[in-house]
Design a protein around this ligand. Sequence first.
Ligand code: IMP
Ligand code: MG
Length: 179
Amino acid sequence: MEKSVDAAELPELISEAAIQRRVAELAAEIQEFYGDEPPLLVGVLNGAVIFIADLARRIDADVRFEFMAVSSYGDAMTSSGAVKILKDLDSDIAGKRVLIVEDIVDSGTTLQYLLRMLRERDPKDVRVVSLLRKPQARESGTDPDWVGFEIEEVFVVGYGLDVGGKYRNLPYIAALQTD
Ligand code: IMP
Ligand code: MG
């Protein structure tokens, strides 16, 4: 039988308190930026669920949210390179301000695809907030407008992020040792 990793064995990379502090800062910046025209938050399932829930509750404005599901990683830790829509938005975003809420930007493939697709629908504008950003993302040319934390090239889990569906419910971010 496959040996499962105990969450207690995973080294903590970003604490729950640090995440909560940063999410509050991001919320304040976003609220200030949009003023009296709050955006539609578009959460990217499943990874951004915890982040969007915390972020939305910190924004004191009429923010609504919807979700999209795309697949690029499947169940593995290596990108397949292809992005596919598994669930689309329910509403028409034409003329609206849209803020994509992502868990992490790695190669930038997912984000590039989402941006291209949503821009074709003529929203007023589309911006991006990502909780985490890996080094590779900086070279991809699709930079999020707001980033919570810059992290090294390490696979992380927790606070919505998973490996094979596991660890999304950890309240902190942990590095997954793969050796
Ligand atoms: P990208 O298309 O390479 O930028 O990958 C973005 C997606 O891959 C994210 O939305 C995550 O779902 C997943 N991903 C990338 N790095 C990690 C990680 O370290 N842990 C968990 N998921 C990751
Ligand atoms: Mg994701």
